[in-house]
Design a protein around this ligand. Sequence first.
Ligand code: ADP
Ligand code: MG
Length: 629
Amino acid sequence: MQKQTLSFQAEVAQLLKLVTHSLYSNPEIFLRELISNASDACDKLRFEALNEAALYEADTELKVRVSFDKHAKTLTITDNGIGLSQQEAIDNLGTIAKSGTRDFMAKLSGDQKNDAQLIGQFGVGFYSGFIVADKITVESRRAGLPASQGVRWSSDGTGEFEVSEIERAERGTSITLHLKDDALDYLNAWKLKGVINKYSDHISLPILMEKEEWQEGENDQPGEMAKTGEWETVNQAAALWTRAKKDITQEQYDEFYKQISYDQNPPLATTHNRVEGSTEYTQLLFIPAKAPMDMFNRDKAAGVKLYVKRVFIMDEAQALMPSYLRFVKGVVDSSDLPLNVSRELLQESRAVKAIREGCTKRVLSMIEDLAANDAEKFATFQAEFGAVLKEGLGEDSANRDRLAKLLRFASSTTDTATVSFADYKARMKEGQDAIYYITADTLAAAKSSPQLEIFRKKGIEVLLMADRVDEWALNYLHEFDGTPLQSVAKGAVDLGKLQDDDEKKAAEEAQTHFKPMLDKLKEVLKDKASDVRATARLVDSPACLVVQDGDMSTQLARMLKQAGQVVPEVKPILEVNAQHALVKKLEAGDNFDDLAHILFDQALLAEGGLPEDPAAYVRRVNALLEKSV
Ligand code: ADP
Ligand code: MG
């Protein structure tokens, strides 16, 4: 291969400018990124060598070396990982394979701490070398290729890079940074060790630096530190989760969390355990303090990495965590799985099932612990993840009761969404035998829903639910601790013992007395309503819509339709308040049909729906207005 000069992909050139300009005040992260790449390269080698041991070329001790040359002003990071072929050097260092670059640039906030995390997240870490270097030279040979097929790549980080073929005996990659004048403080072992300590302590590979010794100067020259030719390991070189809990500080856990999650906030909760028994594994799991933007995408990658006997196997191991806990980040390291385990195999493995159950239980106890001991953090948890957790009611029947205890809701008598089923039960009225709730599109709509009127009047609390998953999730929860759950918008209201005899009698009388009018309404509205009946549920409103017990609510049907799903047509029941002035007028009035339609459409509007024929609705209302104004 001839020496070639190639241009960076346009996005890279743009990115390089941004990286160097937006991160100059936090330059040290370049070392974290380059060491992380070296570690990835060693992971890749280990993984490929599972099927092709020859790739080790009799050099199985994977490691990273960090060295510097004061006189040449260079810093070099060398690994004996998978290496790069010539084409890979061109592709991987000259273009950005991942499509997220534009997102990355859009997300750059100007907040350096935040942006520094983003760099790793978007797979553009290599370019952070240009924060401290005005030229980078990469020399590499891919494992398995002959020494004659090495590659040298170099660039000053502006528009172009050069590649040429070199002879390189050693497998792996060497990255040499020609430091800028304002970055010469990295030519110092103490400084480098400090940075490695801060960011890369938990990297499971040994990171080596050459030992130095103080050497007296000769002939009145000042003394200096001189290299001894002996290399020492400067990091812990043990994956964080393999170390004893007592030797790990919360800061170290936090730093590790930040690196695997690309989240600049510390986690809300951390758990680290070695599980023994029929399946043995170590779990290091975190609950973040903030939900990701795409949390409600159920296809979103899970946040748990799988290792088998310290060997990295895969990111985003879906099989290790139920979908409703997809916000959990961390690592599971198992000694019971084969190293060549595939995603398909994971789905079927008994050991994986046991791990998944164990991890689920662990996470639930972390949340229970927050609920019991840290109101503030638990409130954060609820605000960020309360809605996803509800998916568990449907997804994880084994833990349904445990989950139900962790849910919190708004209610008609409280302003904050902090009511648990247990709180609700403790406040139930004498004679009340159900937990009442209502689902709506928004909390405001739930709160002003006509179905609540009778409950307000009687001082009965109703839980308000406005998360999208609520109705679906509550399908799976029929009772809490022996008390049934009842939607106030479904079925007939049966307040049971809460209604006195007079009220019951009045309701029955209304039903017979109004029968002729109800039949007439039913006839006029037969295309819209499956039934029309008198109700005791309303106090101030003339009418409302309800559905049969077990039917999908009109809101849920609407939501699913908007999402493009086919939903069975369910006609709601129109319930009318026989005491209401408007309904009384209806009985006597001459424009019965128009009023009937208005009554129905208004009930629909009141719960956030739209009349089927809005123009007809407007026409009818206007006709009425004209008469009365
Ligand atoms: P990421 O690590 O997220 O892929 P980087 O910008 O850090 O993004 O690295 C870009 C690519 O360059 C890597 O995916 C890898 O293919 C290649 N690369 C970087 N450093 C090394 C290395 N030390 N050994 C082998 N390949 C490397
Ligand atoms: Mg990287």
